[in-house]
Design a protein around this ligand. Structure first.
Ligand code: PXP
Length: 258
């Protein structure tokens, strides 16, 4: 399994004090030593963690390929074209969200996404689209000639968290998922089946299948059972674990599970 490590949350810590610590460049070799295959970063329009300087600096200094998550705002597309990451993953963005809450709405934004994909391809940048696992989104994505599709696994992760972890008893419980164990189990099974079928459909099109969002050391065990999934991009869980065991070990523990 190809393993992308999203280091945005290391930049969250740095931005909390607006100093150059932790230094993002120091994380690159630790991710590599832990067994990561790719560095993933998201230049958000509000620059809440990764900033323009990081994008250029990381692309220049990383031995591993860099996957830049980006919106289709003209400013962000220009930066991506200039800095040329190995891959651009187009994601939806809403300024008020805590994190990316769902996949791209391709029906609504098809033309704008198509223009961005063409521009990126002209610069030899591989393109991935972050979409929800459903047939409508896959059919739109198919028309765009992208190299990869990344499925948003937020629904799966939320169901898993409310069923099998202490999330239910925490400050961050998900009110709409305060359901019986039986209901959660059945919904989780359905969502896994949906992820599996969606992955099969994409693989049949000859497009690379990636997944990401909310994946962690527990729920990854179900994801790795789906053979069509070729890539994961994981951030929050790894950075959270690294607070206790260090980044290299946190990456290595996930590598082992994968
Ligand atoms: N993949 C994409 C496209 C993302 O936007 C994100 C962040 O939401 C991730 C992967 C990593 O998600 P997480 O930090 O929940 O592991």
């Amino acid at each position: 399994m190809y393993f992308g490590v999203n280091i945005d949350h290391i930049a969250v810590l740095r931005e909390a004090r607006r100093v150059n610590s932790p230094n993002l460049i120091d994380t690159l070799s630790l991710v590599e030593r832990g067994g990561g295959d790719q560095i993933t970063i998201h230049l958000r329009e509000d620059r809440r963690h990764i900033v323009d300087f990081d994008v250029e600096n990381i692309i220049q200094n990383s031995v591993l390929p860099v996957n830049l998550e980006m919106s289709i705002s003209p400013e962000i597309v220009e930066i991506t074209k200039r800095d040329k990451p190995n891959r651009a993953t187009i994601v939806p963005e809403n300024r008020n969200e805590v994190t990316t809450e769902g996949g791209l709405d391709l029906k609504r934004n098809l033309h704008r996404v198509e223009v961005a994909v063409t521009e990126l391809h002209k610069r030899d940048i591989e393109v991935s689209l972050f979409i929800d696992p459903n047939i409508e989104s896959i059919n739109f994505a198919k028309k765009l000639g992208v190299e990869a599709i990344e499925f948003h696994t937020g629904k799966f992760a939320n169901l898993f968290g409310m069923l099998y972890t202490n999330l239910r008893n925490s400050h961050h419980k998900i009110p709409e998922l305060l359901k019986s164990r039986k209901e959660l189990k059945s919904e989780l099974e359905k969502e896994l089946e949906n992820l599996e079928n969606s992955s099969k459909s994409v693989k049949e099109l000859g497009i690379r299948v990636a997944v990401g969002h909310g994946l962690n050391y527990q729920n990854i065990k179900l994801i790795r059972e789906i053979p069509e999934i070729e890539e994961v991009n994981i951030g929050q869980a790894i950075v959270a674990r690294s607070v206790f065991v260090g980044l290299e070990k946190a990456v290595a523990e996930m590598r082992e599970l994968l």
